[in-house]
Ligand binder design. Structure first.
Ligand SMILES: C[S@@+](CC[C@H](N)C(=O)[O-])C[C@H]1O[C@@H](n2cnc3c(N)ncnc32)[C@H](O)[C@@H]1O
Length: 449
């Protein structure tokens, strides 16, 4: 189920990852209409600030997961830092999750939200409702879109330890950011040439329809007359793109870099103000660059070329695009969740656990054994972590494969899990202490801001 679904970027990625989406809600009729046209007709216009009006339906549908990106402009780095009415909807999200208690939840927001007092309050509600929480700040350009877009993803699962999914999400990141050339250099052409087998048949096909039966003669060199989509060709040929900087940043990028974070002003041409005082690091003059079309901005945000936008104002289309979670990012998060749910992944055990064991008097070799036994125990538990140690050990005792192991190796596995839990608890306490120590400074900074 998705709350604050917008036009459906997150739903699209989760669907592609293998989720079935039962219902979606958003207060903006235009976004709901676009969602229903492109995803499925289950989105409803609903004010989620009015919690009581939705709780009965959510409880009846009892979803396995609630996803959502509550509106974030109040703590966005582009806007004011005040946490006003919109930020309260983050609280509504937490209250709805805590009331319905699905096994999992996913929340997306700007990275600044992590420091906000609203998120700290929401976090307390979710912890009290029994969720282990992973907070990961991701750059979308490492997760399948050519766009530098840093966002906070909070993933919760009932009964887990905090940080339980962080290593799987980090492992899904590509080693290099995706560039605009990666997307547009090999873009699907607007027309595809399949030489016809007879004069009565056509030779030009759209990429949105199935290809004709592939025969030996279909595989031929492209004719010289072949041209990629004119907009993409112009972009690749020019090599530079302008995107109005949000603050005092660079306006011009090479297509060998990711695009900056898509905003609703993404399609604006450079104005006289920028042209008269350009950013000193611009690689070429803004006047000689290309500005992306709405269709291209939509693809930079991970929407497929077949996606149909409809709105009376272009501004609304850009707003829906800029609001969205790029579908490939939601896909990566969704896969990490499903893999863990299906027991196909387990959290990585930090290398620092070895040093901790050595500091407690073990030899390097013995520490390595303990680490590998802890890893085996985790896999026996299908990768699940437990916030309560006694529950973790009880779960291990009930695993058939564990029962079949001899007594001594069984107690080695138990001991390894106990040590790992002790190490993690110490780490969490250390983190909490340092957060408390940093709080007065944060408070002063907030007041100064
Ligand atoms: C950041 S966008 C979510 C985008 C979505 N996750 C996606 O991937 O396309 C936030 C959404 O919250 C919606 N919203 C704002 N206030 C709301 C309210 N009171 N009730 C429900 N939705 C609201 C906005 O219309 C907007 O579509």
């Amino acid at each position: 189920m998705e709350l604050f679904c917008g036009a459906g970027g997150m739903s699209l990625g989760l669907k592609q990852a293998g989720f079935e989406i039962v219902n979606a809600y958003d207060a903006w009729p235009v976004a709901v209409e676009n969602y229903n046209r492109n995803i499925s007709s289950h989105a409803k216009v609903t004010d989620l600030g009015d919690i009581l009006s939705v709780v009965p339906e959510l409880l009846r549908l009892a979803p396995d997961m609630i996803a959502g990106g509550p509106p974030c402009q109040d703590y966005s780095s582009a806007g004011r830092r005040e946490e006003a009415d919109n930020a309260k909807l983050t609280l509504a999200f937490a209250i709805l999750v805590a009331t319905v208690r699905p096994a999992w939840f996913v929340m997306e927001n700007v990275t600044n939200a992590a420091k906000s007092s609203t998120w700290q309050e929401a976090r307390k509600i979710l912890k009290a409702a029994g969720y282990g929480i992973t907070e990961s700040k991701l750059d979308a350009s490492r997760y399948g879109v050519p766009q530098s877009r840093r966002r906070l993803f909070v993933i919760g699962r009932q009964g887990e330890r905090d940080g339980f999914l962080a290593s799987s999400i980090a492992a899904a990141a590509a080693p290099q950011p995706m560039s605009l050339r990666d997307l547009f250099g090999e873009a699907t052409p607007a027309a595809i040439y399949f030489p016809a087998t007879s004069e009565a048949r056509r030779s030009i096909w759209s990429p949105d329809e199935p290809a004709p039966t592939i025969r030996e003669r279909s595989i031929r060199p492209l004719p010289v007359s072949y041209r990629p989509h004119p907009d993409d060709a112009a972009l690749v040929e020019n090599g530079f793109v302008y995107a109005r900087p949000v603050r005092a940043g660079r306006g011009v990028r090479s297509i060998d870099e990711p695009y900056p974070t898509v905003t609703r002003t993404a399609s604006e041409r450079p104005g006289p103000k920028y042209l008269s005082s350009p950013h000193p690091a611009d690689p070429v003059a803004a006047s000689s660059t290309v500005v992306l079309s709405i269709d291209q901005i939509s693809r930079v945000q991970g929407f497929p070329a077949s996606w149909q936008w409809r709105a009376s104002a272009k501004r609304d289309v850009l707003q829906m695009i800029a609001n969205a979670v790029p579908a490939p990012v939601a896909f990566a998060i969704g896969r990490a969740i499903l893999d863990r749910e299906e027991g196909k992944s387990a959290p990585a055990i930090e290398g620092r656990f070895l040093d901790w064991l050595v500091r407690r008097g073990r030899s390097r070799q013995s520490a390595r054994n303990v680490k590998s036994l802890a890893g085996r125990a985790r896999r026996l538990l299908d990768g699940k972590t437990f916030s309560v140690q006694a529950l973790e050990l009880a779960a291990l005792e009930s695993v058939e494969e564990f029962k079949a192991i001899k007594r001594n190796p069984q107690s080695d596995l138990r001991q390894a899990l106990r040590l790992l839990a002790e190490y993690q608890t110490e780490g969490q306490q250390r983190q909490k202490r340092s957060q408390i120590a940093a709080q007065p400074i944060d408070e002063e900074l907030r007041k100064a801001a």
